[in-house]
Design a protein around this ligand. Structure first.
Ligand code: FES
Length: 108
């Protein structure tokens, strides 16, 4: 099932989508990087809050890190590791996605 089309995301931007992961409906963070997309559960390892301040609205620092809107934890976007803030060293849970014919889909 398509989560979103690649074309609808600007390069470097984030999007939020709902998907069923391991039988549970989850909110996912998507980040486009060129022709690739990375995905993580939209659950901060600090206090379990969503990272967006409004649905699909994520903060990006001037260094290019994803910043949790709740208490400011910063995550690098290659691996989703928290590099500053209250959960430093913890990671977002990565979800495997791939781009197939212009559609972002969960990897089988
Ligand atoms: S819940 Fe994300 S920094 Fe606290």
């Amino acid at each position: 099932m398509s989560l979103i089309t690649l074309d609808s995301m600007e390069d470097g931007s984030f999007a939020e989508v709902e998907a069923v992961v391991d039988g549970t409906a989850e909110s996912l963070i998507l980040h486009r990087s060129g022709s690739n997309v990375h995905a993580w559960l939209n659950v901060c390892p600090h206090a379990g809050r969503r990272l967006d301040w409004a649905p699909g609205k994520f903060l990006k620092s001037k260094e290019g890190h994803l910043v949790c809107a709740a208490h400011g934890a910063s995550f690098e976007l290659a691996g989703g590791t928290c590099i500053a803030g209250p959960c430093r060293g913890d990671s977002l849970r990565a979800i495997s996605v791939e781009v197939r014919e212009g559609e972002v889909v969960l990897s089988a």
